[in-house]
Design a protein around this ligand. Structure first.
Ligand code: GLN
Length: 551
């Protein structure tokens, strides 16, 4: 196996941007022409983040193969542009689950099952499953902070991997914080020293120390860290705060981090081609205008819950050379009286995905406002379902129309739980269950969709067949298809067999589209998603008119 492994650990405190740092290193290595992937090992006990509250954990990121993963997978896909899968995210829970399942099956032949070697071996198997002849580098991010009890088995496993794979094939990068203490006017290295000491006490000597800091580190600070942390002087790097996350790869390149990694791992020396990253940053730094998008959702206090959505909107702005201002509006505060005031300066209205009935009526109100006032509207998953409900109630005259999720006894279940769906998808579910080792109750992962010509959706994608990622239980109820169509709702995307409605839109509107899938998971800064591109384009037209660029 030719794959080299880079392990990224974090110290001092969480939220230092370990995922972004790992993704940025991956982007630099990819720009050097190397094949790369990334994996995250999360120390919590949940088998996957699928059931975790986005308030606590941030967004659940869905991959093509239907894995519900940590939001860092989103960064990885956006920075590396390689698809992630179930294999890219393991948790302590999933590792233990595998070991306990084996134990119950009798695989350990009566032996005592222990953290070392059984759990650590399973972790190593998960890490090594990435490797192969076609992969140059695998980056593995260890979630949590060094010093946490629950992270120990992961750290022990990666410690062992250096001797298993050979020194020349493994690199440890430790991300720490170097705080600037205002009153002393000084950058402090002590937390870094302690964090590295902690890491060394469990047998891992980092090769590279990457210091998150609000200002650049001068040579004397770097030299001090090198001395106390026992690393080469030129192996201490600064990850300085930036105003835009897409600047991180360029900053790390300026520091020479990828060069050092390449030397240490004896990777072919080749300068990275960063032209696409430079072009991206140039566009982000010099927008030709700005638009404001009102996001009517539930998790308004925690932006992390809408991470990919936020990024996809930024990408849509890049495609249209505008800055996108996001205004998060708590849908519980939206009613007939407040709606106009809350949305009046918005150039576009977006209703994102969500679960549960809280705030749904407010979302429906916002959609009614956007429909009537011809404000560009984009509904995603629950947002699309709400658009259907709004149309059914207010245009098609189906009083009380609702989703079965919110009203089991609704007179008009325009969105419903498709009982036949599981039989209909059975073959596929079985394959997935076998792969993911879990029962599926949701439509998860990539599904094909056929577009109808002469629609906004077709104009955006410019092709007949697409596939997009799903994460939902409820579906459009085909019993209402003809009725709503007759009233002017356009069904512009359906499953290839015509059974599932995937996209709805309105013809008599500048841009009004709802999709049952989550397009935000597939948007990339270098390839903004067609629907986000068109939505932001429509918002820009509303604000500046068809041609004019500047105010
Ligand atoms: N709650 C809805 C469903 O389960 C929508 C889910 C979502 O928006 N991701 O179908």
């Amino acid at each position: 196996m030719k794959t080299k492994f880079i392990f990224v650990t974090g110290g001092v405190l969480s939220s230092l941007g370990k995922g972004l740092a790992a993704a940025s290193i991956g982007a630099l290595l990819k720009a050097r022409g190397l094949t790369c992937t990334i994996q995250k090992l999360d120390p919590y006990i949940n088998v996957d983040p699928g059931t975790m509250n986005p308030f606590q954990h941030g967004e659940v990121y869905v991959t093509d193969d239907g894995a519900e993963t940590d939001l860092d997978m989103g960064h990885y896909e956006r920075y590396l542009d390689v698809p992630m899968s179930q294999r890219n995210n393991y948790t302590s829970g999933s590792i233990y689950h595998t070991v306990i399942t084996k134990e119950r099956r009798g695989d350990y032949l009566g032996g005592t099952v222990q953290v070392i070697p059984h759990i650590t071996d399973e972790i190593k198997r998960a890490v090594l499953s990435l490797g192969g002849d076609n992969l140059d580098v695998a980056l593995v991010e260890i979630g949590g902070t060094v010093g946490d009890i629950e992270g120990l088995p992961f750290l022990e496993a990666i410690r062992q991997l250096r001797s298993d794979l050979g020194k020349e094939n493994v690199l440890y990068i430790h991300l720490t914080l170097v705080p600037y203490i205002k009153t002393a006017g000084e950058l402090k290295t002590k937390p870094t020293q302690h964090s590295v000491k902690e890491l060394r006490s469990i047998g891992i000597q980092p090769d590279i120390v990457l210091c998150r800091s609000e200002c650049a580190l001068d040579e004397s600070v770097k030299a001090k860290i090198a001395l106390f942390c026992n690393v080469d002087k030129d192996a201490v790097f600064c990850a300085v705060d930036v105003d835009n996350i897409y600047k991180v790869p360029l900053k790390l390149y300026d520091e020479g981090l990828d060069q050092k990694v390449a030397i240490m791992l004896k990777l072919p020396a080749k300068n990275p081609d960063l032209s696409a990253w430079h072009a991206l940053v140039q566009r982000l730094d010099h927008p030709q205008g700005e638009v404001t998008i009102g996001i009517c959702g539930k998790y308004v206090d925690l932006k992390e819950a809408y991470k990919s959505l936020h990024e996809a909107l930024v990408h849509g702005g890049v495609a249209n050379e505008v800055k996108v201002n996001l205004r998060y509006i708590n849908s519980e505060e939206i009613d007939s009286k407040s709606v106009a005031g809350l949305l009046k300066d918005c150039d576009g209205v977006l209703v994102p995905g969500g679960f549960g009935s809280r705030g749904v009526e407010g979302k429906i109100k916002a959609i009614e406002y956007a429909r009537k006032n011809k404000v560009p509207f984009f509904g995603i998953c629950l947002g699309m379902q709400c658009a259907v409900i709004e149309f059914a109630r207010n245009v098609a005259g189906l009083a009380g129309a609702n989703s079965e999720e919110f009203d089991q006894n609704t007179a008009h279940p325009v969105i419903y739980l498709m009982k036949e769906w599981y039989d209909f998808q059975k073959g596929r579910m079985e394959v997935r269950d076998a792969l993911c080792n879990k029962g599926g109750t949701m439509r998860l992962g990539a599904y094909p969709c056929r577009l109808v010509s002469d629609t906004q959706a077709y104009a955006a994608y410019g092709q007949d067949d697409i596939d997009e990622r799903h994460r939902h239980r409820y579906e459009f109820n085909k019993a209402y298809f003809e009725q709503l169509k007759a009233k002017g709702l356009t069904f512009s995307g359906l499953s290839p067999d015509g059974e599932l409605v995937e996209i709805v839109e309105l013809a008599d509107h500048p841009w009004f589209l709802g999709c049952q899938f989550h397009p935000e998971f597939k948007s990339n800064p270098m390839r903004p998603h067609p629907l986000f591109r068109e939505f932001i384009g429509a918002a820009k037209r509303l604000k500046y008119g068809a041609k004019k660029k500047k105010d």
